[in-house]
Design a protein around this ligand. Structure first.
Ligand code: SF4
Length: 393
């Protein structure tokens, strides 16, 4: 066994501890280190974290309660047949686990999240709450103008909260800091696609989750430390099927589900976990009008998911096909939360596109507290076998 094993393990174990901590001690400690510090939570899929960072606050990704938390009160707020993330997020709030947050941003991704932002205002009237609308028009002078004004509102709100306006220089410095984080994560994703046996997705996933609670500078360093440590540790290469996972952009699958997919014989070479870390695809200029540059990046150089408006049917599936081709994937695993309208409504259209291009695909649903992994392992395993046996050599 390599002597580097403890280094990779130590990084992964640290990330796992952060992932399992539903009391957000890392956030509490960050705040306690300097009196007056504030933390702002945000839900999937994307918010411009640069604005929170520029205000000197900690952006904190809130991704539900996972499979370790029992939802008791949260169930009373939503009908039982919808996805679980809003109910477990309410539970997190009502049980005081999110008391360390001074505010919450709810991005516009579906009706459930929109309703959740309203409930949050009623439940926590003393906290800052904002529903973040995103453009459905991709012209700079229409959708761009709208989105820039949306971001300006957040900038003004956070400036008021800290008692001083957020300056352009602060925003540009934060854009540069997040550019560096995006660069590190691009390297991580490229590395995993090139050598998926060296960087298992269960580890990559935990690294991304750490980025939801750590300061961005610390997270960038951690990703680079992981890459260096992972490269030094030689792991066995298997004849697995290379797959893209699609549908996990909001409610998260249990970690055991990701491990089950890998154990069944799949190498995950791309995914849509925590897209906030990879939403802006290119470097954002850090020397211009910061909100205009963030807007242009959103409008013209951002990722795609079911929750993002696409102007024509022809665009549907283009982003997924690009993931498949550039990562050398042999198939797609659709894994969406039960009752997730955006993911499940888009799925047949994506399946059509994949079928037209001869890309094998399989599909199942999960909830963040799904406990039964055997059927998923069997389905993913059969899918991987079918790719290896019957797909073109
Ligand atoms: S899992 Fe789907 S339906 Fe539920 S809140 Fe997220 S995007 Fe909306």
């Amino acid at each position: 066994m390599s002597t580097q094993m403890p280094e990779v393990l130590a990084i992964v174990q640290r990330c796992e501890a952060l992932f399992e901590d539903l009391h957000f001690n890392a956030v509490q400690q960050w705040k306690a280190a300097v009196p007056g510090r504030k933390a702002i939570g945000y839900m999937p899929v994307y918010v411009p974290r640069e604005i929170i960072h520029a205000a000197g606050m900690l952006p904190v990704g809130i991704l539900g309660g996972g499979d370790q938390m029992e939802v008791i009160q949260g169930d009373a707020y939503y009908q039982s047949y919808i996805c679980r993330i809003p109910r477990s997020t309410i539970e997190l709030g009502l049980t005081g686990r999110l008391d360390c947050l001074d505010g919450m941003l709810f991005p516009s991704i579906c009706d459930v999240i929109r309703n959740l932002s309203g409930m949050w205002q009623l439940l926590f009237p003393q906290k800052y709450v904002r529903y973040v609308d995103v453009p459905q028009n991709y012209q700079d002078d229409v959708g761009g103008k709208f989105y820039t004004e949306e971001m300006q509102q957040i900038r003004d709100d956070l400036g008021r909260m800290r008692g001083a306006p957020v300056t352009d220089a602060e925003l540009n410095a934060s854009i540069a800091t997040y550019n560096d984080n995006r660069r590190a994560i691009r390297e991580l994703y490229a590395y995993r696609a090139a050598k998926p046996w060296q960087a298992p997705t269960s580890e990559v996933y935990l690294l991304l989750r750490a980025g939801m609670v750590l300061p961005v500078e610390e997270h960038t360093l951690l990703v680079r430390q992981y890459l260096a440590a992972a490269e030094k540790l030689v792991r066995p290469k298997r004849d697995n099927a290379r797959v893209v996972i699609n549908g996990c952009f909001c409610e998260q699958p249990p970690l055991a589900l990701i491990k089950s997919i890998e154990m069944s014989g799949c190498y995950v070479v791309d995914d849509d976990f925590m897209l906030v870390t990879r939403w802006l695809l290119d470097e954002v200029p850090a020397d211009g009008d910061p909100l205009v540059e963030l807007s242009k990046a959103f409008l013209h150089h951002s990722a795609t998911t079911a929750a993002k408006y696409e102007t024509t049917r022809e665009e549907k599936g283009v982003f997924l096909m690009k993931q498949v081709k550039t990562r050398g994937a042999e198939g797609v695993v659709f894994a969406a939360p039960s009752f997730c309208d955006p993911a499940l409504l888009e799925r047949p259209m994506l399946q059509d596109v994949l079928s037209q291009h001869g890309v094998p695909h399989t599909a199942f649903k999960f909830a963040e507290n799904t406990g039964q992994m055997a059927p998923i392992r069997e389905q993913a395993g059969t899918f991987a076998d079918s790719i290896k046996l019957w797909s073109a050599a």
